[in-house]
Design a protein around this ligand. Structure first.
Ligand code: DOR
Ligand code: ZN
Length: 354
């Protein structure tokens, strides 16, 4: 029987970029309108403000919370931005004081180039941070990892698998109890690993990586709107990741990696910014994916339940309702402010109504 309505607990975005200043004011309401109970906020804001000290994380949290309406219960869960200078004491102190719920690993190469926006100040020497990971394992502090090799000679489409084998597996062997989230997973081999590994490992998955493969970046000419990190992969990888997600594997959860850039930065011929903005319609996009796979029964756990305790969040007692729209009345708007929305102008057959 065709289901026309899905009611699930209000959801939680496990990976979100909100930026600062005017951009923050523009994009925050999008996630609030999507009825999220909160989100894991990435700290890769412009240098020197990235959330790599308690003071910086508190300042950023204050900027965000000052824009949350008083009648909203939206809970921004901050993250620590790991650097080569990170000490175990700082990570532990910020966690104990409730400043952040996890530490985010961005890697940079020896030339100081990172794998994505704002990651050039990240970790160059992973082994050098092992004392930090030991403390995190001991204290139960989750590590949220952007696992992509950043060396120039690694093929763009192999960055995730190279980092899995070279960085993550040795890390997990050294710290088998460390809680790790493999962020925005795209490679089918990495998804196999997450599904089967005898470790405390989970993965977030974006809506856009579930919906498109790498052709989308080149379709009818270069299309920077579909460029993000990690770059979308071959179709067989997308289908493998999607199989775990819509098959109801509890190690996979929704994390949009919604990453707004204004039009100017996205449409540069040289040095187009990496990032895809899905915040205004993320629930509708995920729901469409589950529906296409005849898997709506697994939507609620993926959006609203799986491994929320890692972020010290509980499954919400409040429900949200998503309805099938038979009247073609949910077209994703093209833009919010100066930011293009992923799939803008496209129709989705589901709409978050309450
Ligand atoms: O495409 C991306 N954009 N991937 C990331 O990991 C970061 C993000 C951003 O901050 O723009
Ligand atoms: Zn991100």
């Amino acid at each position: 029987m065709k289901v026309n309505k899905v009611v699930v607990p209000r959801w939680f975005d496990r990976h979100l970029h909100l930026r600062t200043g005017k951009m923050l004011k523009t994009v925050l309401p999008c996630t609030l309108n999507q009825r999220a109970t909160g989100a894991v906020i990435m700290g890769n804001i412009p240098y020197p403000n990235q959330t790599s000290t308690i003071a910086k994380a508190l300042a950023y949290r204050k900027e965000i919370t000052s824009l949350i309406p008083v009648d909203s219960d939206f809970n921004p869960r901050m993250t620590y931005y790991l650097t080569d200078d990170t000490s175990p004491e700082e990570v532990m102190r910020g966690y104990e004081e409730g400043v952040w719920c996890a530490a985010k690993l961005y890697m940079a190469n020896q030339k100081g180039h990172g794998g994505t926006t704002g990651s050039q100040h990240g970790v160059k020497n992973l082994l050098g941070r092992y004392p930090v990971f030991a403390a995190m394992e001991r204290e139960g502090i989750p590590l949220l990892g952007h696992f992509e090799a950043v060396e120039e000679d690694v093929d763009e489409f192999d960055r995730e698998i190279v980092s899995l084998e070279r960085d993550l597996i040795p890390l997990l062997k050294a710290f088998p109890e460390l809680m790790v989230v493999f962020e925005h997973i795209t490679d089918g081999r990495a998804a196999d690993f997450v599904a089967q590994a005898p470790y405390q490992i989970r993965a977030t998955v974006t809506a856009h990586h579930l919906m498109m493969n790498r052709n989308a970046m080149f379709w009818i000419g270069m299309n920077p709107a579909n460029y993000c990190r990690p770059v979308p992969k071959r179709e067989d990888h997308r289908l493998k990741v999607r199989k775990y997600v819509t098959g109801g594997n509890r190690r996979f959860g929704a994390g949009t990696d919604s990453a707004p850039h204004d039009e100017e930065a996205k449409s540069r011929c040289y040095g187009c910014a990496a990032g895809i903005f899905t915040a205004p319609a993320a629930v509708e996009m995920y729901t469409t994916v589950f529906d296409e796979d005849d898997a709506l029964k697994h939507l609620g756990p993926f959006l609203s339940e799986n491994f929320l305790c890692l972020y010290e969040m509980k499954v919400s007692n409040e429900m949200m309702t998503i309805e099938r729209t038979c009247t073609f009345d949910f077209w994703v708007p093209q833009k919010v402010g100066t930011v293009q929305i992923f799939a803008g102008g496209r129709y989705f057959p589901w709409k978050l109504v309450d």
